[in-house]
Design a binder for this molecule. Sequence first.
Ligand code: ADP
Ligand code: TRP
Length: 331
Amino acid sequence: MSIVVSGIRPTGKLHLGNYFGAIRNFVRMQEKDNCYFFIADYHSLTTHPAPEDLHGSVKNVMIEFLSCGLDPEKATLYVQSDVPETAELYLLLNMNAYVGELERCTSFKEKIRYQPDNVNAGLLTYPTLMAADIIIHKAHKVPVGKDQEQHLEMTRTFANRFNRLYKVDYFPEPVAYNFGDNLVKIPSLDGGLKMSKSENENSAIFLNDPPEVIRKKVMRAVTDEGPKQVNQEKPQAIENIFALMKAMSEPSVYDFFNDQYNSMTIRYGDMKKQLGEDVVRFTEPFREKIRQLYADEQYVAKVVKLGAEKAHASASKTIREVREIIGFKTF
Ligand code: ADP
Ligand code: TRP
């Protein structure tokens, strides 16, 4: 049985990219592996959320986790800050992480471009905190989207470095994992490569978006004047709509519009109308479950408490052993 760890920052609500890139795989993996799925609220502090918003965002994501079919009896579902052992391992790993390699990380460069007035040390050391999350449970597999591959590479570097420095074979080498398929990337509705809440809220479809909002967002998706030649290659924005349709609609529906594109008879308005309906249908069960869970605070509180206990048991064992390996001794 493999140990599986993954986390999501509570920066709002979950969108289709999060679902296909991460959570759908969590749901599949909980059936046979020993899974730890958490809400990365320490990580979210790198963007300075207002204290009055933090709890609500964590609760949103926990409810949306549950709405996707994550089962607290099968997997350990927890909140990162309920397991402060993570913060201790992060401190220890930072002693052994080099500023140069952290500065070269693509996500760091992107983030400082995005928030030039808040280039805090937590942003720089984001990868060591993420490594701590993963290796605190001695994970083998990490289900994440393609954008997280470099962080996983750094996690392996830190884990190996620890093993070499202390001449132990303690931490396994975790790998990015996608259940059976290639790592997926759900594109954005604005023509960009990645659906993302951090980049453009309106380009993302959230699991809890009401049907009329979904229809509007899909109708507004970027397109062009139409194909100029038969069987031509699709520009990015058009490729995006087709990619979303592939994920959401029946294969025959996808083929129907693809054939129309290739024969230059396509009307994007019709295609988007169909896609909007298919997204509404796909997301309906999530919306319903989210509504039910919001009405049951006690259940959600019970889930969080159980998760904290299970995650704490695993993390405190690792920290005890790591302290021993490093040479901390009790008097
Ligand atoms: P965002 O970019 O919207 O802030 P996060 O960075 O919080 O999303 O991503 C959380 C998880 O969802 C990660 O595992 C990430 O790889 C995955 N993910 C996010 N957006 C996409 C996407 N468009 N396609 C596939 N996976 C995605
Ligand atoms: N960095 C991840 C993201 O932005 C979130 C995350 C934090 C994570 N710690 C993790 C993912 C550990 C997997 C494992 O999506």
